[in-house]
Structure formats: structure tokens, C-alpha cells
Write a protein that binds this ligand. Structure first.
Ligand SMILES: NC(=O)c1ccc[n+]([C@@H]2O[C@H](COP(=O)([O-])OP(=O)(O)OC[C@H]3O[C@@H](n4cnc5c(N)ncnc54)[C@H](OP(=O)(O)O)[C@@H]3O)[C@@H](O)[C@H]2O)c1
Length: 307
């Protein structure tokens, strides 16, 4: 089978699309014929070696951590899945493997693909929707009637967060560039142009979800009410004295694979409350270009690779 692999850390040219052996399912594992794999910023961050302190990859390493497809083999002890099942999910980052014709997954990392949704669209959901869910609810404790400000509203995580926050009855504002105003507004947020505002002006916000970085976070901090919650998916927090002074609660978080949590996402998708915009599709041989596109930081929704 073909797979997009790296033999060491590096820029775009580190990615090689080549033939390798198809994986074989061991105990508790499932082999999936990949229908689509979504691109996430973590893919090029892994390629560059930005996470080498936290994650010790074994080379050659097949990239890709968001997939949908069909089960073609189940290992010993797998009870939940049978060949032919349409699934989606994401593997642990130490394994990845989604940018390939076939991928090896643990049985607990998968959920049934949402009904009435194409497999391509399903591939765009796992990492973005679970990150949005964890940011808003697991760590952000967002409740109906509260106000949330999403930084990076046009990206994968941000666009999922806007929709999930709206679905539970929160009021949503989101930062974006001018070109994505209509897109963000259609998702259910009041758009705020971060390019023309050095300080983000909003009514007092209960929860700020940062999907961009500390510079954006600092520009928006004034919008957060004293005692509010500052949650970030990008591992950067404002200085401790600022947080103390304004009595802000904070959370920095990283997601873990969970098929069970994705089953929860299915109900939002199946009720029509959550969809992902697919900005562009690439073939597996175009993986380098797909990662370069993600690295520009301008993706509207998600990019997909279709093996
Ligand atoms: N902690 C975790 O477990 C976890 C999980 C998933 C993702 N992440 C991280 O979360 C971040 C977001 O991920 P993602 O998948 O949503 O990224 P993404 O899809 O690549 O985000 C791209 C979007 O960011 C917007 N953007 C860029 N600069 C901005 C700014 N200064 N203000 C507002 N919006 C801006 C762009 O909109 P415009 O073109 O309109 O500027 C674009 O739509 C990444 O750093 C990713 O690595 C962490």
C-alpha cells in the first residue's frame, strides 16, 4: 500500500509517499481502509520536530491523525467491530498512520461514522470536534446563556466550537479575518476582525477559548469578565500576575483518542447541529502540499487527503 512517511524531522520535503506493507491487526486492533484523512496543524508540527520533547516518534513514521473509512480486518478479542463497518476516529499521536491507504487503529479509538454524512465529511470531525468539546465543556464548563469568545473562529477547532457552543444555547463571538466574516457568521457567531482591532471589543465574556496563540489571547483578554475562564488549545497562558489580578480561571489541555466521546459528537452531527467545511481535497501523493497549505494558518474549516 502507499503511505506518506517521514524518516526524520524536517520541512515539507521530509515527507515521502512510498510503498510499504499493509498493516496486520494484532489483538485489540482494527485495520481500516482509509476513505479520507483530515489534515491538522499537529501533522506539520510533528514533521518539523516541534513536539520531539513530548513525543518520541519511531521512524519511518506515517503521518496523519484523523480518519474515516471501512473496517477490513479485526484482531483477536475485538468485539465492537466487524469487517465492512463504516467508522471514523483518531489514533494516538505516537502512532498516527492516517495518511495511508490502510491504517491500524485500536478498537476503542473508533466510532460509527455519523448517519447521513459522507465518509469524507466524517474524516474532518474527530480532532476538531473533540478539541472544541474539551475546550468548551470539559475544561471551559460552558453553560446555556453564557457568552463565549472563540479565537480563530474560521479554523477547524474554532468552527466546530462555534457550532457546539450555539447548540447548547451559548452566545458566541469569534475572531477572524475579514474574508471569513460571512463563513463565521453563518456558523452562528458574531465575527470580530482581528486584523483591524488591537484590542477585541465584546460584551463581558464568561469563557475565552484560544485556538490561535498568546498574542491573540492577550489582545482579547480585556473582553473576559473578572473571574472568567481562559482556556487554550495552544499551550500558552497570559502572565500569572495578570491572571491573578483579574481572578481568571485557566485550563491548558491536550486531547486523547476516544471512540466513546466521538459517539457523543454523532448526536450533534445527526441532528444537523455540527458540520465541517471542507476547503480543499488532496490526493495522498499531494501530502506535502496539503501540509504546506495547513502551515499557512489560513485554512477555512478542514483540508482532506483522499488516498
Ligand atoms: N491541545 C490539543 O489537543 C489540540 C488539538 C487540536 C488542535 N490544537 C491546536 O489548536 C490550534 C488550532 O487548530 P485548528 O485545527 O483549528 O487550526 P487551523 O484550522 O489551521 O486554523 C486556521 C485558522 O486560523 C485562523 N487564524 C489565523 N490567525 C488568526 C488570528 N490571529 N486570529 C484569529 N484567527 C486566526 C485563520 O483564519 P483567517 O484566515 O481568517 O485568519 C484560519 O481559518 C492549532 O495550534 C493546533 O495545533 C490543539
Amino acid at each position: 500500500m502507499k503511505a506518506a512517511r517521514i524518516y526524520g524531522y524536517g520541512g515539507p520535503s521530509a515527507v515521502v509517499v512510498e510503498e510499504m506493507d499493509q498493516p496486520v491487526a494484532g489483538p485489540g486492533e482494527v485495520v481500516v481502509r482509509v476513505a479520507a484523512a483530515a489534515v491538522n496543524p499537529v501533522d506539520w508540527k510533528l514533521r518539523e520536530g516541534f513536539l520531539r520533547q513530548q513525543l518520541h516518534l519511531r521512524f519511518p513514521f506515517t503521518l496523519g491523525c484523523d480518519l474515516s473509512g471501512v473496517v477490513v480486518e479485526v484482531g483477536q478479542g475485538v468485539t465492537e467491530w466487524s469487517t465492512g463497518d463504516a467508522i471514523y476516529g483518531y489514533p494516538h499521536l505516537l502512532r498516527c498512520g492516517a495518511f495511508a491507504e490502510y491504517a491500524l487503529m485500536l478498537e476503542g479509538e473508533l466510532a460509527p461514522a455519523p448517519a447521513g454524512f459522507s465518509l469524507a465529511e466524517a474524516a474532518a470531525l474527530p480532532v476538531a470536534s473533540i478539541t472544541a468539546w474539551d475546550g468548551l465543556f470539559t475544561h471551559g464548563a460552558l453553560r446555556a446563556g453564557e457568552r463565549v469568545l472563540v479565537l480563530g473562529g474560521a479554523g477547524g477547532v474554532g468552527s466546530a466550537a462555534i457550532q457546539l457552543a450555539r447548540a447548547v444555547g451559548a452566545e458566541v463571538w469569534a475572531t477572524t479575518s475579514r474574508r471569513n466574516f460571512e463563513f463565521v457568521a453563518a456558523l452562528g457567531a458574531t465575527p470580530i476582525d482581528y486584523q483591524t482591532q488591537t484590542a477585541v471589543a465584546v460584551p463581558p465574556i464568561d469563557l475565552l477559548l484560544d485556538c490561535v496563540g498568546i498574542k491573540a489571547g492577550m489582545a482579547a483578554l480585556g473582553g473576559l469578565r473578572p473571574g472568567g475562564r481562559y482556556v487554550t488549545s495552544v499551550y500558552e497562558l497570559p502572565p500569572a500576575e495578570v491572571l491573578r489580578e483579574r481572578k481568571l480561571k485557566t485550563a491548558v489541555f491536550g486531547i486523547q483518542p476516544s471512540g466513546q466521546r466521538l459517539r457523543g459528537i454523532n448526536s450533534f452531527v445527526e441532528q444537523g447541529a455540527l458540520r465541517m467545511n471542507i476547503e480543499r481535497e488532496f490526493s495522498l501523493t499531494e501530502t506535502r502540499a496539503a501540509l504546506e497549505a495547513s502551515q499557512t494558518g489560513r485554512t477555512r474549516g478542514k483540508l482532506l487527503i483522499r488516498p
